[in-house]
Design a protein around this ligand. Structure first.
Ligand SMILES: Cc1cc2nc3c(=O)[nH]c(=O)nc-3n(C[C@H](O)[C@H](O)[C@H](O)COP(=O)(O)OP(=O)(O)OC[C@H]3O[C@@H](n4cnc5c(N)ncnc54)[C@H](O)[C@@H]3O)c2cc1C
Ligand code: FES
Length: 255
């Protein structure tokens, strides 16, 4: 883990309020798929807390992140221009366990909304290893769909929108059933209700879930991101999403 001042090489809106930022800089340690960076927004103390953003792709000394401009910090970040510098702490967290699937097996990657970005780097990594990848990407509506072509280049890609304006009308879980998708391992990132639905239906299979919890420090020191475990839902056993996660095997944390 390192703090780096990275230079923005490209920054653009790729769907409604969804931005793609490419950054480059010296000695960015190679991240694992599913790891994230903790981004300092602006140059002052407001906002004070960094924002956790997943690594969406890497190439040499550069990496790509995709984010949705919604709150104070990400809206401020969206105003940055190519050539400016962004202070980034990372890579952080544990990442998806890519060793748990073998070449020739099939991985089903299921993303919801702004949980989709880390699955792109995961898919590239798995595909390079000889794993068959299938993607199911869920969004609210057509205007916020992104990276469909990029995923399609790696493997079969199904899109679901809640309002039916693109792809299948409904949720990612509807697509898995209607397309009768079978798989050896399932990897997912997205809103908690989606992860919960997937866990209820497929939790007895090889399955890994990435959580997007509110964070403070990002390095295990402040306890802002703790989740209770399923084994001890009312007790004292917990996991820190920033340092024990953000990826957990199905059944470990209480969603
Ligand atoms: C591992 C991980 C990966 C993520 N990857 C992505 C990604 O690739 N793309 C993306 O768009 N989003 C991603 N997110 C979500 C993203 O971090 C949040 O959407 C973002 O922090 C919101 O910031 P904001 O400035 O838009 O919102 P604001 O509402 O201005 O700020 C939210 C921030 O306030 C602080 N905060 C607010 N309430 C609390 C609280 N109760 N406890 C502690 N802190 C609080 C936190 O720093 C929080 O990040 C990820 C989150 C995690 C945990
Ligand atoms: S964010 Fe501080 S312990 Fe996880």
């Amino acid at each position: 883990m390192k703090i780096n001042d990275l230079t923005i090489t490209s920054h653009k809106e790729i769907a409604k309020d969804i931005y793609e930022m490419k950054l480059t800089g010296e000695a960015l340690q190679m991240p694992l798929p599913g790891q994230f960076v903790h981004v300092k927004v602006g140059r002052g103390t407001d906002p004070l807390l960094r924002r956790p953003i997943s690594v969406c792709d890497t190439e040499g000394q550069s990496f790509t992140m995709l984010y949705r401009a919604e709150g104070k910090g990400t809206t401020q970040l969206s105003k940055e221009q190519a050539g400016q510098r962004v202070n980034v702490l990372g890579p952080l967290g544990n990442g998806f366990p890519t060793d748990s699937i073998s070449p020739g097996e099939t991985a089903l990657l299921v993303g919801g909304g702004i949980g989709v970005p880390p699955l792109y780097y995961l898919s590239k990594t798995l595909q390079a290893k000889g794993v068959n990848v299938i993607h199911v990407l869920g969004f609210q509506t057509k205007d916020v769909v992104f990276y469909k072509e990029e995923f399609t280049k790696l493997g079969p890609t199904y899109v679901a929108t809640v309002d039916g304006t693109e792809g299948t009308k409904g949720f990612v879980t509807d697509v898995i059933v209607s397309e009768d998708l079978s798989f050896d391992a399932l990897y997912s990132c997205g809103p908690t209700p989606m992860l919960k639905a997937l866990e209820q239906q497929y939790g007895n299979q090889r399955m890994y879930l990435s959580l997007e919890e509110r964070m403070g420090c990002g390095i295990g020191a402040c306890f802002a991101c703790v989740c209770r475990t399923q084994a001890d839902p009312n007790g004292v056993d917990y996991r820190k999403v920033c340092s024990d996660g953000p990826v957990f095997p199905a059944g470990e944390v209480a969603l």
